[in-house]
Design a protein around this ligand. Structure first.
Ligand code: BDR
Ligand code: CA
Length: 313
């Protein structure tokens, strides 16, 4: 079984992703680390604990991550208009009974990479701050982590925060640039593929009618996520960003990939843009791109198969 650590900012699609992972026999969720993004970090931790209680999986450790961006001082942007002020569809859930373990997410990530060298996949569903800090803390982290599968970027398409950038990358572009150029085995799942994985209004009815514990819970938190999509994108359904990313860790064969250098624009009107360089074209002069390690970027997805797995699980 593949050991995975989910780094997350729940978040409605994060909640779906966590449940899909817990129901996937191919992977073992060994821990969850939290990060700001859809909500502030304290609330992300609370929501993660709550979701594990719903799932009956309080045996899995939750570790709180950074409260601030890698480059201190960047203003945090939360997405309450997508996920609700509580991050979970404004359902006023009672506070969780459990607590995060007394450790920083950075120390936890470094420890796990050292305990199981080459065996741990980090599935990153929020801004990449914790992972960049782990890379900074342990120069061998990038080599010792098995893989980093991340929801981030808008490759060859428009973003969802500005025309160039996707929310998780925009949330901490400096951290993202560190992760992309770290030499780790990185697999990026961007909006170019997740905008094809759409859970329709009919699929939602199926969740409402299902007796499954996870389906029942998710169907109750979806209202605001659906209305945001109907209004902003005019889609007949919602994008399954984070659940699709879990599926990429579970069954990478449902995607195709290209490989190249990715760097991130850290400021200006395209802040958070993920720029892909296929390295076939060699520039005449040395640039900020020369000799940088490559990463894998998803270019196509078997959307019906991914949707089916998410619905089933
Ligand atoms: C990403 O941003 C968050 O809103 C979602 O949870 C997902 O991780 C999509 O851009
Ligand atoms: Ca997320």
């Amino acid at each position: 079984k593949k050991k995975i650590i989910i780094d997350t900012d729940p978040g409605i699609d994060d909640a779906m992703a966590i449940f899909v992972a817990l129901n996937s026999p191919e992977v073992e969720v060994i821990g969850l680390t939290t990060i700001f993004g859809n909500v502030y970090t304290t609330l992300a931790t609370r929501n993660t604990l709550h979701l594990l209680e719903i799932a009956g999986r309080t045996d899995i450790p939750v570790v709180e991550g950074s409260h601030i961006t890698y480059t201190k001082g960047t203003k945090l942007r939360v997405a309450d208009f997508v996920h609700g002020t509580d991050g979970l569809g404004n359902q006023n859930f009672p506070p969780p009974l459990g607590k995060a373990i007394e450790k920083s997410a950075v120390n936890y990530l470094v420890e796990q990479a050292n305990q199981y060298p080459g065996e741990v996949t980090v599935v990153a569903l929020g801004p990449l701050t914790n992972i960049a800090l782990a890379i900074e803390q342990d120069p061998d982290f990038a080599k010792k982590i098995g893989q980093i599968v991340l929801l981030g970027g808008a490759f060859f398409v428009n973003g969802n925060v500005n025309p160039a950038s996707e929310a998780n990358i925009f949330g901490d572009p400096d951290a993202a640039d560190i992760v992309f150029t770290s030499g780790a085995d990185v697999l990026a799942i961007g909006l170019n593929v997740t905008h094809q994985v759409i859970m329709s209004d009919d699929d939602r009815d199926k969740l409402v009618q299902s007796n499954g514990k996870f389906a029942q819970y998710i169907s109750k938190i979806l209202d605001i996520y659906y209305s945001y999509h109907h209004e902003s994108y005019n889609t007949k359904g919602v994008y399954l960003h984070d659940p699709a990313t879990i599926i990429a860790a579970v069954d990478p064969s449902l995607f195709t990939y290209t490989e190249g250098v990715v760097r991130v624009q850290t400021s200006g009107i395209t802040r958070g843009a993920t720029v892909f360089y296929n390295t076939v074209k060699r520039f005449m002069e040395e640039t900020e791109w020369s000799g940088k390690p490559t990463v894998k970027v998803a270019v196509t997805v078997d959307a019906p198969a991914v949707l089916k797995l998410v619905m089933d699980r």
